[in-house]
Design a protein around this ligand. Structure first.
Ligand code: 5AD
Ligand code: SF4
Length: 486
């Protein structure tokens, strides 16, 4: 086998071979660990790694698995700004600027790798695109190992192969495999955790690359999810965020209906867990039984991320979103009837091919009607291989930029107004740790997902604190000294 070639494994996932190879992951970890023990005895040094993660929470979660494997193999993590023996990139391809950043960061390491004899490992969504893997192979000689989203568990074998042969190892599967359980994990925080419940996406929104790089929907078994959350709780975790490209279709691949709602009721019973969040919900699949479960489960936070993408029915149809603005507005009404104080956040794309000024006004109108607590706003970026890539952009760049600016202004104004209602109120904050901008302040989140900074003596990481809000801006709340609750 030529390891310098991008290899697409047609048969992965559907056969016994796949299972056998995933079980071998632990054996390969042991082999690499032995190599590192020998190295440490010989040199008195421990090999190091650093992680550079781009994109969404799925990637953050994948990075925790990669960190878990590296730790298991005897590597020590160093901060992002320090040199390491292995530089691992977990990449994102959802928009072009994410990709450009990755190329920039990888390129910037070329000198350092040459000087220190260190290497780059590139993984994640970008690598699932053959033209990207090809460009990496031809342009960045210091990238020694490449794998994709479907064969993360193969990393130890690929690393062993590189360490023992010195050759570059590129292996990317073009198809998803079965869900793999029990991979090692090095969690970035103790009190909060991401928990995958469903991988992949079946929706094929016409602008989106995700279904091509993350494969079809595969749900984890409910018992496996619950076992993981029980173990997290036993380890001091207080908040879980359930992850899926579309959590509302959890269990559909088992032929189970409303399994996601049932999962929420089951998590509600787990002692030690105080807060449950989930992302992302597709508006076409959010059922009344889920709304009921959100209302009835006290641990489910009053926050829902519900991307609407565009406010015009014509654009929604071209995007293949399978709902109308009327459906979305009605859904929001039903959610607010059940949970009046819920904070809503969303994703919005501006400048989708064919979007006219009138279509954009529909987007603004929807933003004004719903009044989101926060919104992630994006300018449309054509993605290779998606249907919309071929569609003509009718509007000049300046017009789209202007629309984007207006949207951000309108949304910021709304977020600021909504924030004001927190002033003078006392809110429950789960503390994440010292604030990044001012270490004298502690920083955490309300149940509604708002960022709160407040003054406190000592480190309250992982504690639940009641904080009185004295000032509120669009993106943060400032509190008085907090009162511990637990
Ligand atoms: N261009 C711009 N934004 C995109 N998103 C997904 N694909 C694209 C694209 N091609 C946005 C959507 C999605 C979020 C994660 O990224 O709003 O909800
Ligand atoms: Fe992309 Fe649409 Fe799937 Fe979300 S639901 S990951 S936007 S294809």
């Amino acid at each position: 086998m030529d390891n310098n070639r991008v290899r697409a494994n047609e048969s992965c996932g559907q056969d016994e071979d796949f299972l056998a190879r995933s079980m071998e992951s632990a054996d390969w970890m042991e082999q690499v660990r032995n190599l590192n023990t020998e190295y440490a005895l010989r040199t008195g040094k421990v090999r190091t790694y650093r992680l550079d993660v781009f994109g969404c929470q799925m990637n953050e979660r994948d990075a925790e698995t990669i960190a878990g494997m590296l730790t298991n193999m005897g590597y020590e993590q160093v901060p992002e700004d320090q040199p390491a023996d292995i530089n691992v990139f977990v990449t994102c391809c959802v928009r072009e600027n994410a990709e450009e950043k990755v190329y920039g960061h990888i390129g910037a390491l070329s000198r350092e790798c040459e000087k220190r004899g260190s290497i780059v490992v590139a993984s994640g969504c970008m690598m699932q695109q053959p033209h990207v893997a090809e460009r990496i192979k031809n342009t960045f000689r210091h990238v020694k190992i490449v794998f994709g989203t479907h064969n993360i568990h193969e990393f130890p074998r690929l690393l062993h192969q590189h360490l023992t042969s010195g050759k570059r190892v590129f292996e990317i599967w073009d198809k998803e495999g079965r869900v793999i359980e029990d991979m090692p994990i090095k969690r970035s925080q103790r009190h909060k955790a991401w928990v995958n419940i469903v991988f992949g996406c079946n929706n094929f929104c016409t602008y989106c690359i995700v279904p091509y790089v993350r494969g079809r929907e595969r749900s984890r078994r409910k018992e496996d999810v619950l076992a993981e959350i029980r173990a997290l709780a036993a380890d001091g975790c207080r908040e879980v965020t359930l992850l899926g490209q579309n959590v509302n279709s959890y269990g559909n691949d088992f032929g189970e209906k409303d399994l996601f709602a049932r999962l929420l009721y089951d998590i509600e019973e787990i002692d030690g867990i105080d807060r449950v969040r989930f992302t992302t919900s597709h508006p076409k699949d959010l059922s009344d039984s889920l709304i009921r479960a959100m209302k009835e489960c006290g641990k489910v936070c009053e926050h829902l991320h519900l991307p609407f993408q565009a406010g015009s029915n014509r654009i929604l149809e071209r995007m293949n979103r399978k709902y109308t603005r009327e459906h979305y507005l009605d859904l929001v009404d039903r959610i607010r009837d059940a949970i009046p104080d819920i904070a809503l956040s969303t994703d919005i794309i501006v400048g989708f091919p064919g979007e006219t000024g009138e279509d954009f006004e529909d987007t603004l109108d929807l933003v004004r009607r719903v009044r989101f607590d926060s919104a992630y706003t994006f300018i449309y970026s054509p993605r290779r291989g998606t249907p919309a890539e071929k569609w003509e952009q009718t509007e000049p760049h300046e017009v789209i930029s202007e629309r984007f600016k207006r949207l951000v202004e309108v949304q910021t104004e709304i977020a600021t107004q909504l924030a004001k209602k927190y002033e003078g109120k006392t809110v429950e904050v789960l503390v994440d740790g010292p604030s990044k901008t001012n270490p004298e302040m502690q920083s955490g989140r309300t149940r509604t997902g708002r960022l709160v900074n407040f003054r406190a003596e000592g480190d309250l990481t992982g504690r639940m604190v009641d904080v009185e809000i004295i000032r509120a801006g669009a993106f943060w709340l400032e509190g008085k000294e907090g009162v511990h609750r637990g």
